[in-house]
Design a protein around this ligand. Sequence first.
Ligand SMILES: Cc1cc2nc3c(=O)[nH]c(=O)nc-3n(C[C@H](O)[C@H](O)[C@H](O)COP(=O)(O)OP(=O)(O)OC[C@H]3O[C@@H](n4cnc5c(N)ncnc54)[C@H](O)[C@@H]3O)c2cc1C
Ligand SMILES: *[C@@H]1O[C@H](CO)[C@@H](O)[C@H](O)[C@H]1NC(C)=O
Ligand SMILES: *[C@@H]1O[C@H](CO)[C@@H](O)[C@H](O)[C@H]1NC(C)=O
Ligand SMILES: *[C@@H]1O[C@H](CO)[C@@H](O)[C@H](O)[C@H]1NC(C)=O
Length: 532
Amino acid sequence: MAKNVAVIGAGISGLAALKCSLEIGLHATCFEKGNCVGGLWDFMDDAEDGRASIYHSVFTNACKEMMCYPDFPIPDEYPNFMHNAVFLEYLKLYAIHFDLLRHIKFKTAVVSVQKRSDFSVTGQWDVVTEHEGKQKLTIFDAVLVCTGHHVYPNLPLQSFPGINKFKGQYIHNRDYKNPANYAGKRMLVVGLGNSGADIAVELGRTAKQVVLSTRSGAWIMSRVWDNGYPWDMVYLTRYQSFLNRILPRAVSDWLYERMMEKRFNHSHYGLVPVNKSLRKEPVFNDDLATSITCGTVVVKPNIKEFTETSAVFEDGSVMENLDVVIFATGYSYAYPFMEDSIVKNSKNKVSLYKGVFPPTLEKPTLAVIGLVQSLGGIPPTSDVQARWAVRVIKGLCKLPPKETMINELNEEEGEKKNWFGRSETLSTDYVAYMDDISSYIGCNPKLPLLFLTDPKLAWEVFFGPCSPYQFRLNGQGKWDGARKAILNQWNRTIAATRKREVSLHQESSSIITLVKFLFLPLLLFAVFLAWS
Ligand SMILES: Cc1cc2nc3c(=O)[nH]c(=O)nc-3n(C[C@H](O)[C@H](O)[C@H](O)COP(=O)(O)OP(=O)(O)OC[C@H]3O[C@@H](n4cnc5c(N)ncnc54)[C@H](O)[C@@H]3O)c2cc1C
Ligand SMILES: *[C@@H]1O[C@H](CO)[C@@H](O)[C@H](O)[C@H]1NC(C)=O
Ligand SMILES: *[C@@H]1O[C@H](CO)[C@@H](O)[C@H](O)[C@H]1NC(C)=O
Ligand SMILES: *[C@@H]1O[C@H](CO)[C@@H](O)[C@H](O)[C@H]1NC(C)=O
């Protein structure tokens, strides 16, 4: 008999989990609190308790070729980086294309997930759901938790002495929707992450003054990267990941820094990370440097204290007559419907094998999808995680023994601190992680073989962007369109920006090159003559 799986949430991760469960023949039911798919990308005018909340101007920071599900490219007419409303449309298309909607119970919240008394034998869960005030208990063979992790604000007020004396207004960025209410005000944004940078830039256009306070700085990447290509098409490649792995740490640090400093010198802008070798996740913002150089955003260090009307920074400078503080201080993880002991370790930190499986359960029948954050987009990551999870649940894949998983987690914790700094964001190297998980289900690209059988494709897989389609090229769940999608990815990227026909001056450019080559010796000779 097909196993019964509960999928909690119908955001990016929930949709992937539902699709992958159905694909492998499990009987799946998805419960979604809201009345629509999309989770975080379903913009709401007011923040709702227990749900993610974004500001109106959120755009994706991964491009369309990197932020799609691996077997469902984003429509050609969509731009490379999408406004949240556009990306939400894509998620709806995905749900319709794979006929997922009839498996989703909307306006139904999961309020409790508990092991059944015979869990060690059956691995079954009691799942209590609530719909229109009525609760219902259902037994499930497995649970896929896809509830997101940009929900519960992290607002460490104790680290900001004097905040309770402060007479102005303060909010978490979760409650920030648009700049209209803040026109003409003196604003302080605390925290230099993607949200903090976006909000500061946006406020800078209409507020009276905007100060952005950062404790540790950050590298700023822009969506428009080398030659105008999306940053991730250029940077997230197997070749780059390979270099990172084989080069000595000092060399790869140097290369990384040089890349980040290419557009502007971060120390001149007051942004340079305090500890460069920590490789804190970069912030994506195309306009922050412009705002700083135009004076609409001023960067300051950490806050020492607040007074009734002002903020005092650690360098002794003061921002007077402050109207509103926006804390862009991130989120913390919570799964209020289940016992913390299921997903958290003894230090009360979320600790999951490969970011997916709780290592101590007697039966591997619960998985968390979409928690790992890597530099790439979430959809492909959720897709491979979900494919792996459903195979483990179905018994087609096995997890290592409990001790091995726990040891590996302890080791990883040390390493991650080294790689991305803020280990609590569970960040990880995109290509390495994707290859690792996909190797468990045999769908990682087999490069040496590919170079023999299809060199053109292999070249693009290795040197080109590590796009999601690579993980549906072979193995179970293989998608026949994957090869074509990979070979066409650059064309689609260019087509998304080139809406006006342009004549390509190829001839003239090669003539110019020829001329340069002819004239160079002449020029050198002239210089030589002039000198002697
Ligand atoms: C400002 C911002 C920008 C971002 N930009 C990007 C980006 O460009 N690219 C990228 O890849 N990622 C980005 N992210 C990360 C983002 O978390 C992911 O894109 C993605 O939304 C995660 O999807 P999810 O399905 O895991 O979670 P969510 O989108 O949060 O969805 C979770 C769903 O679960 C439902 N739910 C929760 N609890 C329950 C319950 N108890 N019962 C029933 N339903 C429940 C919620 O209603 C929701 O629909 C961004 C995040 C933020 C905050
Ligand atoms: C940035 O500026 C600082 C100080 O002016 C200088 O020491 C550093 O070499 C510059 N970095 C780069 C990459 O040019
Ligand atoms: C920066 O981080 C590295 C790696 O964690 C650490 O070894 C080093 O001591 C740190 N340097 C400073 C100046 O904090
Ligand atoms: C991509 O576009 C170029 C130029 O328009 C064309 O020559 C090439 O054949 C296209 N590639 C594919 C795989 O369609």
